[in-house]
Design a binder for this molecule. Structure first.
Ligand SMILES: C[S@@+](CC[C@H](N)C(=O)[O-])C[C@H]1O[C@@H](n2cnc3c(N)ncnc32)[C@H](O)[C@@H]1O
Length: 259
């Protein structure tokens, strides 16, 4: 359950001290817009969750397949309803990057492809919004994303790297991953999962910071996880200025994004 933040910073401070805040007006205005943005995202999320729940109940009442053909929200609507939780290292891709990546990924898929998005919900949303694929899955720790597509959501915690549906073992043809934390331990756990999901002919796409390039070289070294080649796709985030890049694990991955 999510709690609505106070509607303004003034409310927030007067609750605690009973006296007006002594903050610089610019800081106050920045904080106010931060809390308003969060409150608005929370409102939109609740609206989306209620809408999806109602549609599911209606589907059940009609003995339809729940969630069968519900269109995926657009990246713009996703970003409005799902506020970034920085504790979970959530920094959403820009709409143009997510859409560009989705286009490239679709060109690599057939109707029977199984594609898994690990820790990159915006990429999953863009892909599904462009054209839903029966075999797409979102592996995520943040349970909020289950409302987007309950059938395709796979609860996933990198701290339990072996916990995922048995039916996906060695069945994933393409995996796209953006590890939540920029360190070796995190990447080791992700690799442990990927080694079980992928089969010898699978393709892997890793989107992460160039600051961990040496870790990637070390851990994603043998097929089907590597060696990784840097693609020409240039990741872009709304509020993150870190230098990110995108790597692919197959021969010719360097050409991805060149045209
Ligand atoms: C670096 S972000 C990548 C998000 C990507 N930029 C996007 O726009 O889709 C990493 C993702 O990992 C997820 N995450 C955080 N902690 C996790 C954990 N313990 N296990 C699995 N995923 C986790 C976050 O919810 C977040 O969506």
């Amino acid at each position: 359950m999510f709690h609505s933040p106070p509607s303004s910073v003034s409310d927030r401070f007067s609750d605690v001290s009973g006296s007006p805040p002594r903050l610089d007006p610019n800081t106050l205005s920045l904080l106010d817009s931060y809390f308003s943005e969060k409150a608005e995202a929370e409102r939109r999320f609740q609206e989306l969750a209620a809408e999806r729940a109602a549609a599911q109940i209606a589907g059940l009442a009609l003995h339809d397949e729940p969630e069968a053909d519900k269109p995926m929200v657009s990246v713009a609507d996703f970003k409005l309803a799902f506020g970034e939780d920085w504790q979970l290292s959530q920094f959403w891709y820009s709409e143009s990057f997510a859409t560009n990546l989705a286009k490239r990924l679709h060109s690599m898929c057939t109707p029977s492809t199984t594609i898994a998005f690990l820790c990159c919900p915006t990429a999953f949303v863009a892909f599904e919004h462009m054209k839903p694929l029966e075999g797409s899955r979102l592996f995520e720790y943040d349970q909020r994303f289950a409302v987007l597509s309950p059938k395709k959501f796979v609860p996933y915690d990198i701290d339990d790297p072996d916990v995922f549906p048995e039916s996906l073992k060695e069945k994933v043809d393409i995996a796209v991953v953006d590890p939540p934390f920029l360190n070796e331990v995190t990447n080791k756990k992700v690799v442990q999962t990927l080694r079980q999901l992928l089969h010898p002919k699978s393709k892997l796409i890793v989107v992460t910071s160039t600051s961990v390039e040496d870790i990637l070289e070390k851990l994603y070294s043998s097929p089907p996880l590597g060696p990784l080649r840097k693609t020409s796709i240039d990741p872009e985030h709304g509020r993150l200025a870190n230098d990110f890049a995108c790597w692919g694990s197959w021969d010719g991955a360097e050409n991805l994004g060149k045209d």
